[in-house]
Write a protein that binds this ligand. Structure first.
Ligand code: GDP
Ligand code: MG
Length: 439
């Protein structure tokens, strides 16, 4: 399967022991994985350098299980970057807690405002008020009102004719008079940062002295988010982040960059359009996601646990010297079997998530089972020299394996292609991909 997996495998199947050079190879995988997840280049560079330094400092190479130690360090460092402790909303002990939303248009401010209001009401026992300060888009007020109704939190508005600042002033007064203890201000966004918006938000901030200014960060946005976050932070000094749309398939690496630029914690994760699709932030889960769902690292771990390293290495050698036969193919099928489902393996490889969705595990397993049955029906001589297989032998094998002669031919074609490929390529484990042709 893919070059990527082959390389990761090679890293650990190589000398059986981690050296500085194959640790570099492993870290290169980590680096690629982070870049694919849209983590900023500089952030990745620093991160990898940092991990390497830690690994060398901890004498990882002398450890009993160096591969797993590198894995552990990578995870720990990533979690560290994402913010280890669980952040909480800062409440005002002597008065109303003001929370202001900020972010570009469409990033999920309005939705998040309502979700947070619901959370405060249900989980923190707060008397919450929502305020509609997005007066740019008339539909935004209505949207907030609808959301407010669904969670039974009142929404304060003076309509679209009043400015955001005047709305905020009136809302503040209203909250005081009516015993609200937590007020969430939904604000307008723009497609791009502009001065008018920033001025409006700054004036609101100066008036409200909010305990929290929450920047919504859309996980689907790529690298642009870095610039946006920097601007918002410089002008408003945001206090925390809300990561939105994590229900999509984006890996969310942009968050790592935003974290490192703003240096504020992530408070919540929004993962759906419904008002209860809000979660507290878990750095460990996010770390795994950014590394590539299930991640290349756990694949390395798994491979290390389950692969018969010696056997894999010897069959690789045989391949490269052109001696690869059906026995080797059979042992490779068995190795693959031990790694678990194909879908599972694909999901662990960065960038292969989509493909995993297209794989039918049952079908794959059935194919492999069929191929194993065919090889098992061959005599030792036939396995060693599949080129002697002519019509009568093929017929006998097909019968024995309970398949059609065409299936036997397919396997032979794949085998020939693999053998040819293996002679052309040096290094890697091309035999891991028997599905190149025919099957
Ligand atoms: P705003 O312009 O920043 O206020 O963004 P909205 O709150 O209006 O959200 C923009 C769109 O994104 C709406 O269609 C929301 O339903 C949707 N949305 C917001 N948060 C999420 C989320 O976490 N997941 C998904 N799938 N959609 C979301
Ligand atoms: Mg909005």
């Amino acid at each position: 399967l893919t070059e990527r997996l082959n390389r990761a495998m090679k890293t650990i199947t190589g000398q059986g022991k981690l050296t500085e050079s194959n640790m570099d190879e492993m870290l290169r995988e980590v680096r690629m994985s982070l870049l694919e997840a849209d983590v900023n280049y500089q952030v990745v560079k620093d991160f990898v350098a940092n991990v390497k330094e830690k690994a060398l400092g901890q004498k990882v190479l002398d450890a009993l299980n160096p591969g797993q130690m590198v894995v552990k360090i990578v995870k720990e460092e990533l979690q560290q970057l994402l913010g280890n402790e669980d952040a909480q909303i800062h409440f005002n002990d002597n008065g109303i807690t003001n929370i202001m939303m900020a972010g570009l248009q469409g990033t999920g401010k309005t939705t998040a405002a309502a979700k947070i209001a619901r959370y405060l009401k249900n989980k923190k026992n707060k008397k919450a008020l929502l305020v509609a300060c997005d007066v740019i888009r008339p539909a935004a007020i209505e949207q907030l009102q609808t959301l407010g109704e669904s969670i039974q939190v009142p929404v304060f508005t003076l309509g679209a004719e009043t400015s955001a600042l005047d709305t905020a002033k009136a809302a503040d007064q209203y909250a005081k008079e009516n015993g609200f203890d937590t007020v969430i201000y939904d604000t307008a966004g723009r497609l791009h940062i502009d001065e008018e918006l920033m001025n409006e938000l700054s004036m609101m901030k100066d008036f409200l002295h909010p305990q929290e200014i929450l920047l919504t960060v859309d996980a689907m946005t790529g690298q642009d988010i870095v610039t946006v976050a920097r601007e918002f932070n410089e002008q408003l000094q945001i206090t925390a982040l809300i990561v939105t749309k994590l229900d999509g398939d984006a890996r969310g690496g942009g968050l790592l960059s935003v974290r490192s630029i703003t240096n504020v914690p992530v408070l919540f994760v929004s993962n759906g359009e419904k008002v209860d699709d809000l979660e507290e932030f878990h750095p460990d889960r996010m770390a795994e996601r950014i590394l590539g769902m299930g991640d290349i690292l756990s694949l390395i771990e798994k491979a290390q646990e389950n692969m018969d390293v010696e056997l894999a290495a010897s069959s690789m050698e045989r391949m490269q010297s052109g001696q690869f036969d059906m026995n080797d193919l059979l042992s490779q099928f068995e190795q693959m079997n031990r790694l678990g489902s194909f879908k599972g393996i694909l999901k662990m490889i960065p960038g292969m998530n989509k493909m995993a969705g297209m794989v039918d595990d049952d079908q794959m397993n059935a194919q492999i089972k069929r191929m194993r049955a065919i090889i098992n029906s061959m005599t030792p001589k036939e396995r060693a020299r599949p080129d002697i297989l002519k019509a009568s032998r093929k017929n006998r094998i097909a019968k024995g394996a309970g398949v059609k002669v065409a299936d036997v031919n397919k396997l032979l074609t794949s085998f020939d292609q693999m053998k040819m490929m293996s002679q052309m390529m040096s290094g890697g484990m091309p035999a891991m991909n028997p599905f190149g042709g025919g099957f």
